[in-house]
Ligand binder design. Structure first.
Ligand code: ADP
Length: 281
């Protein structure tokens, strides 16, 4: 706690009072500490790909470029690492825009069942394309199961941003699962919430890490995430987006069996009678 005193003095020299201002600096110190930590994280995150790129470029420079066995793969690594760094910077810029309140939601009333189906159709389409493409090497097989409420759920959301969140969770479900897993996607409503969930049969997340996966740059396994091209920022962005919608996002997991991500959004049932009433009036 910082205290500042000043005397209130009349022209006559008579002191008529004292003003004391107390300022709680713990909050400010916490912000400063977090900022320092964040800058240090960003520096480490960028140093790793840069250091590995430097070794590959040095090797190429030292003559590896002449070796058709290794040169293409060395170049591929440097390209992948560059792409990942660009993705990371773009993610950081997104977060910084959200932090400073410069991001506004472009809200519209959307049928969530249709939207979720649309995103999942795209994932199934990618799978088919991969299976038909004989040159594709990185494809992973998965099955998507849909378990949706029969009722159409209308919610006010920013479609593009919401799709990015579902994309992110779906991509993680695929990334952190073995080949051939089932991804179960559910949509249901409670009295005043809609709940969307995505369950995988992957590695799972240790209990102690469950809340941290939404922290910036947190990964259960850094090497694995990087090898998969991850930036460690996807879930942090997803959380910001969902909270901007006044919703919640959380995860539940059993190690070695799988993980479920949940998103809940405020929901109030769209009532046909309400519309009739408006028409009549
Ligand atoms: P990234 O995937 O780029 O590392 P994210 O923010 O999307 O970053 O995820 C953070 C971390 O949470 C991941 O590195 C991973 O350790 C863990 N994680 C996310 N989704 C899953 C999942 N479906 N199964 C297991 N672990 C997951």
């Amino acid at each position: 706690l910082h205290a500042y005193f000043s005397l209130i003095q009349r022209e006559s020299g008579f002191i008529s009072g004292i003003v004391c201002v107390l300022r709680d600096v713990t909050e400010q110190e916490k912000i400063d500490r977090e900022l320092r930590q964040f800058v240090s994280n960003v520096s480490h995150e960028l140093r790793t790909p840069l250091t590995s790129m430097r070794s590959y470029i040095e090797a190429l420079n030292d003559g590896a470029w002449k070796d058709p066995e290794v040169a293409p793969s060395f170049l591929k690594v440097t390209q992948e690492e560059t792409d990942r760094m660009i993705r990371m910077i773009n993610d950081l810029l997104k977060l910084s825009r959200m932090d400073s309140g410069r991001v506004k939601l472009d809200l519209e009333l959307v049928n969530l069942n249709e939207l979720f189906n649309y995103v999942l159709d795209r994932f199934e389409m990618m799978l088919e394309k991969d299976n038909n493409d004989t040159h594709s090497t990185k494809s992973k097989n998965y099955t998507i199961k849909r378990d949706f409420t029969k009722k159409d759920l209308w919610v006010e959301i920013d479609t593009d941003k919401f799709i990015q969140v579902i994309d992110n969770i779906m991509n993680n479900a695929i990334k952190y699962s073995p080949n051939g897993g089932v991804i179960t996607c559910r949509l249901l409503e409670t009295q005043n919430h809609v709940i969307l969930s995505i369950s995988d049969q992957g590695l799972g997340i240790p209990k102690k890490d469950l809340n941290h996966v939404f922290d910036r740059f947190f990964r259960v396994d850094k090497a694995r995430s990087r090898a998969q091209g991850g930036t460690g920022l996807g879930l942090a962005i997803s959380k910001e987006v969902i909270e901007m919608h006044h919703g919640k996002i959380w995860a539940d997991s059993v190690e070695g069996q799988g993980t479920t991500f949940y998103i809940s959004l405020p929901y109030h049932e769209y009532d046909d009678d309400e519309e009739d009433l408006w028409d009549e009036n």
